[in-house]
Design a protein around this ligand. Structure first.
Ligand code: NAD
Ligand code: DAU
Length: 350
């Protein structure tokens, strides 16, 4: 089985690549990544020399390159994670999200379709890794299920919804074997410090303000990234083609409560007096179109395929903080260059 994993140098992709390379020595894993600001080969330094792993640098938006790669490599399956992933960036530059998330996905679908038809069905699966944000926002009650109607609000979620629709269209029209999973918010090691949790870990460490959008009352459903990778493994191997699975940890938190918990954990780990880090909390202008609440019902995945999350949030957050504190060099490298200007000046002050 030769599997193409796209976006494998990113946050979630690197955990998926690591899991597949270590767990399936007989699979050949090819990691295709453009290495944007969010992609980092240091995320994979522990497996880069494994015999069943290869890295290819390339852009999924480049149709000719993608077509030639598929023709040469004759992949048996694709796990597609490459994307522009940050909602705030999608608000300032929506077109980049259309190129990568929509056109990039369609380029991969076209190349997979060609292989599926030409190679006598040796192409087995196109797995699209997607987000719960396609479902829009919830009020105080209810959860997203696999049949919730799509209602994306941000340019990011609109681009992911569009790519989901294209995957289903290729399954329905050309019979391309495909599955989709829609996951809630991930956290854990190798998360780029632009997203709420790693940004606040970095800022607490450096005694900088913790920017909370609006009143901090928005709710997200957090899942440890290795649990997401584990769910992708299960779905990849067991799901029926044409199916969709929601992935989530039944773990809803308001943003302000997440950051208060993080402040408490980091007071202890940094030997600061209780309450020190909370003083860094700074309420800033709200995100435009900010979805109020996400909550994922993952009972289909739990019942059909037997997956369940392994970590409680407090434990996972503690593990995550330990990782960031122990990986100073990684943190330094990803926060050099334009990072300070982009996040610490532009974002924090709005
Ligand atoms: P990330 O931003 O950390 O990583 C994205 C990776 O894609 C990077 O390595 C980047 O270099 C690569 N990439 C970007 N544009 C590319 C292009 N044109 N060609 C090739 N490679 C390109 O993202 P992430 O948080 O790891 O998310 C991975 C996937 O999971 C995305 O599809 C995202 O929508 C989805 N997802 C993320 C979350 C989350 O909480 N982070 C939750 C649910 C779903
Ligand atoms: O739900 C899955 C999605 O989760 C993924 O599809 C996205 O790729 C991923 O980025 C994430 O999107 P969010 O917008 O929910 O994540 P983010 O970490 O950017 O924000 C989490 C919450 O915290 C959200 O309500 C906005 C808020 N926030 C975020 C930042 C960066 C702040 O209050 N302050 C901040 O500085």
């Amino acid at each position: 089985m030769k599997i193409l994993i796209t976006g494998g140098a990113g946050f979630i992709g690197s955990h998926v690549v690591r899991l597949f390379v270590n767990k399936y020595p007989n699979y050949e894993i090819v990691n295709l990544d453009k290495l944007t600001y969010a992609g980092n080969l240091a995320n994979l330094s522990d497996i880069e020399n494994k015999a069943n792993y290869r890295f290819v640098k390339g852009d999924i938006v480049d149709a000719e390159f993608i077509s030639a790669l598929f023709e040469a490599e004759k992949f048996n399956a694709v796990v597609h994670l490459a994307a522009e992933s940050h909602v705030d960036r999608s608000i300032t530059n929506p077109l980049e999200f259309v190129y990568t998330n929509v056109i990039g996905t369609v380029n991969l679908l076209n190349a997979a379709k060609k292989l599926y038809t030409a190679e006598n069905n040796a192409f087995k699966l196109f797995y699209h890794v997607s987000t719960d944000e396609v479902y829009g926002t919830l009020g105080e009650t209810g959860m997203f299920t696999e049949t919730t109607a799509y209602d994306p609000h941000s340019p990011y979620s609109a681009s992911k919804a569009s790519s989901d629709h294209f995957v289903r269209a290729y399954h329905d029209t050309y019979k391309l074997p495909a599955v989709i999973s829609n996951c809630s918010n991930n956290y854990g090691p190798f998360h780029f410090p632009e997203k709420l949790i790693p940004l606040c870990i970095y800022n607490i460490k450096n005694n900088k303000p913790l920017p909370i959008y609006g009143k901090g009352e928005n709710i997200r459903d957090w899942l440890f990234v290795e649990d997401h990778a584990g769910a992708i493994d299960v779905i990849f191997h067991k799901a029926k083609t044409g199916s969709t699975y929601n992935i989530g940890g039944h773990n809803e938190w308001t943003n302000i409560d997440v950051i208060r918990l993080l402040c408490k954990i980091m007071d202890q780990k940094l030997n600061r007096p209780a309450g020190t880090n909370e003083k860094l909390i700074t309420f800033v202008k709200d995100r435009a179109g900010h979805d109020l609440r996400y909550a994922i019902d993952s009972s289909k995945l739990q019942q059909d395929l037997g997956w369940k999350p392994s970590l409680q949030f407090e434990e996972g957050l503690g593990k995550t903080v330990d990782w960031y504190l122990a990986n100073e060099e990684w943190l330094q490298s990803v926060t050099s260059g334009n990072y300070q200007k982009y996040y610490q000046e532009q974002y924090v002050q709005r």
